[in-house]
Unconditional design. Structure first.
Length: 149
C-alpha cells in the first residue's frame, strides 16, 4: 500500500488538523501568471519562484512562512527536503493580495525556493498534489504509517 495522506484512515490520527501545512498544485498556466504579474507590478518571477495553486490546511499560513520538505500527497515516500517560503497570496480572481493562505481556501501563491525549484516538482504530472510541511510533521506522518496508524 502506498502511504497516501488521502487514505481515509489517515485522518483519524488528527496530525493534519493540528499542524501547519499547505497543499501545492501545478504551476499556473502562463496566461494566469501573466495576468497576476500585470495586476501586481511589484511581483517578480525568476528561477527561484513559481506561481501555483495552493490550498490551506486547517491553520492560516502567514506570508514568509517557511517550509522544509515537499512530498507527494499520494505517496509520501516520494519527498525532497527543500526550503520554500510563501511570498504572496492572490485571491478573488487574483486581483486581491492577501497576507496569508487562509485555512481551507484554494488560492494562488507566489512560492520562493531559495535553493531552486525542487526536482520532485517537475518529475510528476501536473495533476499531482504536493504537501509542504516542516521536517517534524513529515517524520510524524511517516511514523504513523510505519506504526500501522
Amino acid at each position: 500500500m502506498k502511504k497516501s495522506i488521502f487514505w481515509e484512515g489517515f485522518y483519524e490520527n488528527r496530525l493534519l488538523y493540528d499542524n501547519i501545512y499547505v497543499c501545492l498544485h501545478a504551476r499556473e498556466k502562463t496566461t494566469v501568471v501573466n495576468k497576476i504579474l500585470e495586476l501586481h507590478k511589484n511581483i517578480k518571477c525568476d528561477k527561484h519562484n513559481i506561481i501555483c495553486g495552493i490550498d490551506g490546511g486547517y491553520f492560516d499560513v502567514k506570508l514568509n512562512h517557511q517550509f522544509e520538505v515537499m512530498f507527494l500527497a499520494e505517496d509520501i515516500d516520494r519527498y525532497e527536503y527543500c526550503d520554500s517560503i510563501v511570498r504572496a497570496v492572490f485571491a478573488f480572481g487574483n486581483k486581491v493580495l492577501l497576507n496569508e493562505v487562509p485555512s481551507t481556501w484554494g488560492v494562488n501563491a507566489l512560492m520562493e525556493f531559495p535553493n531552486g525549484i525542487p526536482d520532485i516538482f517537475s518529475r510528476y504530472e501536473e495533476s499531482a498534489t504536493f504537501v509542504l510541511s516542516s521536517k517534524e510533521l513529515y517524520m510524524k506522518i511517516n511514523a504513523c504509517f510505519d506504526d500501522g496508524i
